[in-house]
Design a protein. Structure first.
Length: 230
């Protein structure tokens, strides 16, 4: 295994506070893994001994509401996950993680993670800020599932995906993750058939375009205005 410190700092924001020379001390403590699409990385309730950094691909973080799967987050290149179980020995995973496509990750064991945080306390603040933002999004998702209709929830999730993973193109804002109707249903707490119906409506209204299973927002501002009108 050969992990380049400069490339690691450039591709994984988590490591940007660490000097390349110091990072070389931790690289031998890291591993690399590859997961096929659909492979479970860990289950909710598992003991957590590794934190994961996405080198390439996409990972969905999910839980179950009774028997219904609920996707909490879609993570991409440069993101990290599994850090919550690193907060104290014996902590269990608070959600499950699954590769949404072919995904390569770097891994770091608890002892190396703890040493890194002790040597670079600013990383702890970075993790805290990230955790607070994820909590805010989780609270917003709970509110949406409780009070908003399915069409509104889908429109909000499309705008959020575009904000987090969007790429500007001459035709509009392209969401950089392939999202199936089933995945969207699991994000917004609906059934796939309802998502299919709403997607068709949004396409007829010119608010979204589907290209090679990718979602394009031709006019995000118009979608936002329609959302505010609901």
């Amino acid at each position: 295994m050969s992990i380049d410190a400069a490339r690691l700092k450039a591709s994984i924001p988590f490591f940007r506070e660490v000097e390349a020379e110091a990072l070389n001390v931790f690289i031998p403590m890291m591993g690399e893994r590859t997961y096929k699409k659909g492979a479970v990385i860990f289950f909710e309730g598992d003991e957590g001994e590794d934190v994961f950094f996405i080198r390439s691909g996409a990972v969905q973080i999910y839980t179950f509401d009774g028997t219904k799967k609920v996707i909490l987050a879609l993570l991409r290149d440069g993101d990290y996950f599994g850090e919550m179980a690193m907060m104290k020995p014996g902590a269990r995973r608070s959600a499950s993680a699954e590769a949404a496509q072919l995904t390569k990750v770097y891994t770091m064991k608890r002892n190396a993670f703890e040493r890194l945080v002790m040597d670079y306390p600013r990383i702890a603040l970075y993790v805290l800020d990230d955790s607070m933002e994820r909590l805010r999004k989780a609270n917003q998702q709970i509110y949406d599932l409780t009070f908003l209709n399915v069409r509104t929830r889908i429109m909000k999730r499309l705008l959020r995906l575009a904000q987090e993973n969007g790429t500007e193109t001459p035709e509009g804002l392209l969401i950089g993750i392939k999202v199936t109707h089933q995945q969207m249903a699991e994000m917004v707490g609906a059934v796939r058939e309802t998502v299919t119906k709403v997607f068709a409506e949004l396409q007829d209204e010119g608010l979204i375009v589907i290209r090679k299973k990718m979602i394009l927002l031709p006019n995000p501002d118009l979608l936002l205005r329609r959302l505010e009108e609901n």
